[in-house]
Design a protein around this ligand. Structure first.
Ligand code: NDP
Ligand code: MG
Length: 379
């Protein structure tokens, strides 16, 4: 492998699994970043010998600088440090595994520096799909999906003629509270919400799976990645997470991508496309799985999914506003300051009350709306 990469958010769930793939295929890693988890970042830096590491928190960066003083690795801090990693000259591809809209500026920085993007950070596309797509076109770079559903669709689309697609079928595990009704969700705890049936992920996306906001964000992400409207995206509950998503073609042929639930498959494909290399991931044995089940999502109980669809149809800043409200609400839920059902309530009310409908031209407009929404929700 001759790939040269930078990983933004290397200490998170996707970041660590990306380093697994890099280790296996001898992919050169030039820069790594984190927010505060410097012990793990130090360990990663010592193993992968990047030339640059960046830590958002300045105090943590100072401590890491001391810890790495016996090496030649440069340690930068703050937002400027993260942006320097995003544009670091020796990498050709930037894996964005930062959580939340904090990933937007680094994504744009990397695109403007001519890097291909392997994008796990779905909030970037949700909040600023139009701007990111335009920047990708202008810079002539590639945007590879890492999110498993979008990678599945991307894989199914290989060899498919341009005008053959009828619709996308995004599969959803249903999250920790599948089958529950609103009355069952009144008193659920943070610990219960963090118990995902099939995937081990960062806490924000695990809560998003429990509320099904994650699927709503993924509908918006898919609309930008594959240039399709809300009506062309179906969501299907599939508890086993074996079919990662499907496409239906005009002749009603349906293509699906299957595999054990392990993010290293989509991460690796984003880094090795169009090649297929060996993988440490377990083989899928369908005779053991035996049954694959499907059902419609319960949108009355899990309101975040229809709220996201509504935001997508309204366009402009609405998806960014829905995302900001969700990020703020999930944070409050994780801090045990609000209940689980207040998450959809806050997201729904924020979208319903937002009246700034207009086209967006600049990322600053998105980040300003994001800040406005967050400060209105903070407590
Ligand atoms: P984690 O919370 O596990 O990791 C997030 C990473 O981003 C960490 O390295 C963290 O640093 C860093 N980070 C956090 N906040 C900031 C910030 N404000 N600025 C810069 N860096 C920051 O998240 P995941 O790996 O689970 O998810 C990452 C992204 O990938 C999300 O957008 C998620 O939706 C998406 N995704 C994740 C999947 C998964 O399986 N985990 C599957 C599909 C998509 P530190 O460790 O120091 O806190
Ligand atoms: Mg996903």
């Amino acid at each position: 492998m001759t790939k040269q990469i930078t990983i933004l958010g290397s200490t998170g769930s996707i970041g660590v699994q990306t380093l697994d793939v890099a280790r296996m295929h001898h992919i050169r890693v030039w820069a790594l970043t984190a927010n505060r988890r410097i012990d793990l970042l130090e360990q990663q830096a010592r193993e992968f010998q990047p030339e640059l590491v960046a830590v958002l928190d300045k105090e943590c960066a100072k401590r890491l600088r001391i810890a790495l003083s016996d090496t030649t690795i440069q340690v930068l801090d703050g937002e400027e440090g993260i942006l320097a990693a995003a544009r670091y000259e020796k990498a050709d591809t930037v894996v964005n595994a930062i959580v939340g809209v904090a990933g937007l500026k680094p994504t744009l920085e990397a695109i403007h520096a001519g890097k291909n993007i392997a994008l796990a950070n779905k909030e970037t596309l949700v909040a600023a799909g139009k701007i990111v797509k335009a920047a990708v076109r202008e810079a002539g770079v590639q945007l590879y999906p890492v999110d498993s559903e979008h990678s599945a669709i991307f894989q199914c689309l290989q060899g498919c003629p341009d005008n053959a697609l009828k619709k996308l079928i995004l599969t959803a595990s249903g999250g920790a509270f599948f089958g529950k009704k609103r009355k069952d969700l009144m008193n659920v705890t943070v610990k219960e919400a963090l118990q995902h049936p099939n995937w081990s992920m960062g806490s924000k996306i695990t809560v998003d799976s429990a509320t099904m906001m994650n699927k709503g964000l993924e509908v918006i992400e898919a609309s930008w990645l594959f240039d399709v409207s809300d009506e062309q995206i179906d969501v299907l509950i599939h508890r086993e997470s074996i079919i990662h998503s499907m496409i239906e073609l005009k002749d009603h042929a349906v293509m699906a991508q299957l595999g054990v639930p392990d993010m290293r498959i989509p991460i690796q494909y984003a880094l090795t496309y169009p090649q297929r290399l060996s993988s440490p991931v377990k083989e899928l044995d369908l005779s053991v799985i035996a049954t694959l089940t499907f059902s419609r999502p319960d949108t009355e109980t899990f309101e975040c999914l229809p709220i996201c669809r509504q935001a997508l149809r309204k366009g402009g800043l609405f998806p960014a506003v829905a995302n900001a409200a969700n990020e703020a609400a999930v944070q409050l839920f994780l801090e045990e300051k609000i209940s689980f059902l207040e998450i959809p309530e806050i997201v729904g009310n924020t979208v319903a009350r937002w009246n700034g409908h207009r086209d967006i031209l600049y990322p600053e407009e998105i980040l300003a709306a994001d800040q406005e929404v967050r400060s209105a929700i903070s407590r």
